[in-house]
Write a protein that binds this ligand. Structure first.
Ligand SMILES: *Cc1c(COP(=O)(O)O)cnc(C)c1O
Length: 274
């Protein structure tokens, strides 16, 4: 579920040979479906060798860089030319607050700055500072940075780092519970805070497994037990647990699996002919 770096090398060479001009390598620090993290160090080296821009989609995982126990998972991200990250995910900021960081401030400004007369700056007065609209698409824009700055001031970066480590440890705990439960199976390796698994159903086709697990998911949601989502990994439909809440406790994860098994039994019992 990660970029195959050798295959990427070959694809770049093939593109060049065909007259295309590759511009950028985009690595992912935490995919949506499974939380997989690319080998960011290897991608940084390749981007340098090939003279390509290196961007990291770190919407989920860039912030792992502040988590003491897990920061090595995103090693190499510091070499990116640009990084996207979402404070409204693992920094617990209220929706919405997306963020992108660009290393080369001049390139960043040149990409967006336009100066019609009504936006020209003056050496003094109200128009003498930096225009924030020179760094993005919007001209009129809300001050989303304020809520992030406030919560960093209030809680401190260390606390957010600890909470990320805590969620990753909880995902590891949940993964172990699933591994030892014969009625359940993992459908992807757990790297960070995302766990993909499904309820088994002996001899069932993929189609029936999907219907069965979808019904489990909907009942978990509708009965107010847990907000589990679903996805498909390597053709296997599965339930997806993403743990980002600072209030989550291991008890909650015990409950989730207990209820998954209970609902599984209920559905099977109802489907059996008398
Ligand atoms: C959430 C997410 C995005 C973009 O989502 P926004 O919430 O619109 O910023 C992009 N990539 C990944 C991997 C994500 O998890």
């Amino acid at each position: 579920l990660r970029i195959d770096v050798d295959a990427l090398k070959t694809a770049i060479a093939e593109d060049r040979a065909a007259g295309f001009k590759p511009a950028c390598i985009i690595g992912t620090a935490g995919t949506v479906n499974t939380g997989a993290i690319d080998d960011l160090r290897a991608l940084a080296v390749l981007a340098a060798e090939e003279d390509l821009w290196f961007h990291v989609d770190g919407c989920i995982g860039a912030l792992i860089a502040i988590a003491p126990e897990n920061r090595s998972l995103v090693a190499g991200i510091e070499r990116a030319h640009s990084v996207a990250l979402d404070p409204h995910k693992w920094l617990h900021a209220p929706f919405e607050a997306g963020c992108s960081l660009v290393r080369d401030a001049v390139a960043h400004r040149n990409a967006f700055a336009v100066t019609p007369e009504y936006l020209e700056s003056t050496p003094r007065g109200l128009a003498s500072g930096q225009w924030l609209h020179d760094y993005g698409l919007q001209t009129s824009r809300g001050f989303r940075a304020l809520k992030i700055w406030m919560s960093l001031k209030e809680h401190g970066i260390e606390k957010f780092g600890r909470l990320i480590d805590q969620n990753i440890a909880q995902a590891g705990y949940l993964t172990e519970l699933i591994r030892v439960e014969p009625a359940l199976e993992l459908t992807a390796p757990t790297t960070i805070n995302i766990v993909c698994f499904r309820h088994r159903l002996d001899g069932a086709s993929e189609e029936r497994l999907k219907a069965f697990n979808t019904e489990i998911m909907l009942r978990l949601q509708e009965e107010g037990i847990a907000a589990v989502s679903d996805t498909t990994v390597h053709g296997q439909h599965c339930l997806r647990v993403a743990i980002t809440n600072h209030r989550t406790r291991r008890d909650d994860l015990d409950l989730l699996l207990r209820e998954t098994l209970r609902i599984g039994l209920e559905i099977k019992a109802a489907a059996l002919p008398d």
